[in-house]
Design a protein around this ligand. Structure first.
Ligand code: NAD
Length: 472
């Protein structure tokens, strides 16, 4: 299959579809305009939904073994394009090549794990009857995706939706449309028209999907504010929703940690992907007995981090888009204005080509500060000391969000005990946040509703269908 890596279309009913109006991404390393992409219209959405509904009537009855064969072929086709995909992802997101390559290579892990999963019927029998609970596909899934991990987060919806017998229409973020459109293009040589489609566009497109009566479920990953709008919009057609939203993850450092080994890990938890990770560490609570030493190690490691363009061998890349860049800068302004202490990093963001920000640590700002109470989604993180375990657990939980959290300590059993009291969907002991396809991923409180990945995540793409058979 020959793919053009510099021209982009929507994929509707198995065919490329252009549009009269176009928009452009921006290469965040240079600030330059990238390739044109079509802006899908209401007609395009209607056509995609009609095609997906038609395809569903056949695909829903395709046995799971056959669906796995198709996924296997999709995975093989994917792997043939990993180099081109990595290059495109670098241009689209500005990620350093090694991390773009990590994201591209994480997709086969998602395929691989899902190929081991099944959703078998559950059977309960008594003298009188047999109860069989089956899990049947919902219909057409609309996947609405963010820009921070455009591939993992769109393929993380496509793979389970297809495994469970749904058809799917994917909408990438307007900031990062390129790799997702190509991923769906690759799928066309494997799937019948309408099984997996992609529509990209402007701000009007998401609401067209959430309002459409022919879509049965919206699988959304993005901000809390948008998640609330999506849930409200889906209420009118009672669509199923999975909302994977933002977080303000706490990391608790116990007094017995190996400081030299742990501090760089904690820094990476905060600054991975330049802090543009839903489960990045966003508040760091260090025991007061080691506060100064631990912070000094974090500062020393942060000073070694190079920030630059994808091919520069740097550890961190730019902020992905101008809007987010301006938002992150507000946290620098707020910190400076209030006189909080910069432990490391520039006190303001230098202007220049590309949306680059040096990783920055703020030493002990108050609880009410923006940097403690809000998600910056960029490379700026606060630290605070603690002395009382009950109090720090309460402080970590004192947020409306609950996506991820970490506990670091030599006494693993004790760290795990604390982990169990943290109100978050995924808690990591002695690691920074590393979500994996093996486990359901979702948020507590305002960080989301439901979850995806792992066997439990498959159920998010299904209706339970219970057959009650009386023996006489
Ligand atoms: P966003 O909410 O601005 O946009 C996400 C998607 O929603 C985009 O495709 C956008 O076009 C679309 N959208 C915007 N308004 C819409 C509407 N009214 N109806 C339907 N669709 C609409 O989020 P973002 O800036 O792309 O991503 C960053 C946020 O996502 C952060 O808060 C981050 O924590 C969160 N996030 C969460 C997870 C998770 O798995 N929980 C993963 C990654 C990112």
């Amino acid at each position: 299959m020959s793919i053009q890596w510099d021209s982009f279309t929507n994929i509707i009913d198995g065919k490329p579809r252009d549009a009269q109006n176009k928009h452009y991404g921006v290469d965040p390393s240079t600030g330059e305009q990238s390739y044109p992409v079509p802006i899908a219209t209401q007609q395009d959405v209607d056509d995609a939904v009609e095609s997906a509904q038609k395809a569903f009537e056949k695909y829903r009855f395709t046995p799971i073994e056959k669906r796995k064969e198709l996924l296997q072929k999709f995975s093989e086709a994917w792997s043939k394009h990993s180099e081109e995909m990595t290059t495109l992802l670098c241009k689209e997101t500005g990620k350093p090549r090694q991390f773009a390559s990590w994201e591209v290579n994480a997709v086969p892990l998602f395929f691989g794990h899902h190929l081991t999963l099944d959703l078998p019927e559950e059977r309960v029998e008594d003298d009188e009857k047999i109860l069989t609970t089956r899990f049947t596909p919902l219909g057409v899934v609309g996947a609405i995706c963010p820009w921070n991990f455009p591939l993992v987060l769109s393929m993380g919806k496509i793979i389970p939706a297809l495994l469970t017998g749904n058809t799917i229409i994917v909408k990438p973020s307007p900031f990062t449309p390129y790799t997702t459109l190509k991923a769906v293009e690759i799928a066309q040589s494997i799937y019948e028209p309408g099984v997996v489609q992609a529509v990209g566009g402007d701000d009007k497109l998401g609401p067209m999907l959430t309002a459409h009566p022919g879509i049965s479920k919206i699988s959304f990953t993005g901000s809390i504010a948008t998640g609330k709008k999506i849930m409200a919009a889906c209420a009118s057609t009672l669509k199923r929703v999975t909302l994977e939203l933002g977080g303000n993850d706490a990391s608790i450092i116990l007094p017995d940690v190996d400081i030299k080994k742990t501090a760089p890990q904690v820094v990476m938890g905060a600054f991975q992907n330049s802090g543009q990770v839903c489960v990045a560490t966003k508040r760091i609570y260090i025991h007061e007995s080691i506060y100064a030493e631990f912070l000094a190690e974090m500062v020393a490691f942060t000073k070694t981090i190079q920030v630059g363009a994808p091919e520069s061998g740097s550890l961190l890349g730019p902020i992905q888009n101008q809007m987010q860049y301006e938002k992150v800068k507000e946290f620098f302004d707020d910190t400076r204005k209030n006189g909080y202490k910069f432990a490391v990093g520039a006190e303001s963001v230098a202007a220049g080509k590309g949306f680059f920000i040096q990783p920055t640590i703020i030493d002990n700002p108050p609880n009410a500060s923006r940097i403690i109470s809000e998600e910056p989604f960029g490379p700026i993180v606060p630290t605070q000391p603690w002395s009382d375990e009950e109090e720090v657990i309460a402080r970590a939980n004192n947020t409306l969000t609950g996506l991820g959290a970490c506990v670091w300590g030599k006494d693993v059993a004790h760290a795990e005990k604390i982990a169990k009291r943290l109100e978050a969907g995924s808690v990591f002991v002695n690691s920074f946040e590393k979500p994996t396809p093996q486990a359901i991923f979702g948020g507590h409180k305002e960080s989301g509703i439901g979850g995806e990945w792992g066997t439990d995540g498959l159920k998010a793409f299904c209706n339970p269908h219970v057959i009650h058979v009386y023996k006489s």
